[in-house]
Design a protein around this ligand. Structure first.
Ligand code: FES
Length: 106
């Protein structure tokens, strides 16, 4: 059974923004895209840029270092398929955002 960890309150992450949270030993980029939450590995697979600090447009995040773009929905790239980032299931309950301890299967 998937174990979820509370990482933030809904009110802490405004729509259209992201923040870095820690789940176990992993840094996760948590995004609020128009009221829906998504969680991705925070480390860009290109050269390690912090995806939580990227630009958000809809459900796409652009890495702040060299502008690789990833879909929050499944971690795939919007242009090309050089790499992808792991994604995590998110639950919102009682005003709290919870992220799965383990990534979704690839
Ligand atoms: S480190 Fe993310 S695009 Fe280069």
């Amino acid at each position: 059974m998937t174990e979820f960890v509370t990482v933030a309150r809904v009110a802490d992450v405004a729509p259209g923004t992201g923040t870095t949270v820690v789940v176990g030993r992993r840094e996760i980029a948590l995004f609020n895209a128009g009221g829906k939450f998504y969680a991705l590995d925070n480390t860009c697979p290109h050269q390690g840029g912090p995806l939580a600090e990227g630009w958000i447009e809809g459900t796409t995040v652009t890495c702040p270092w060299h502008a690789w773009c990833f879909r929050m929905t499944d971690g795939t790239m919007t242009l090309g398929d050089y790499a992808s980032v792991e994604t995590f299931d998110v639950l919102v309950e009682d005003g709290e955002v919870k992220v799965s301890r383990t990534p979704r299967p690839a």
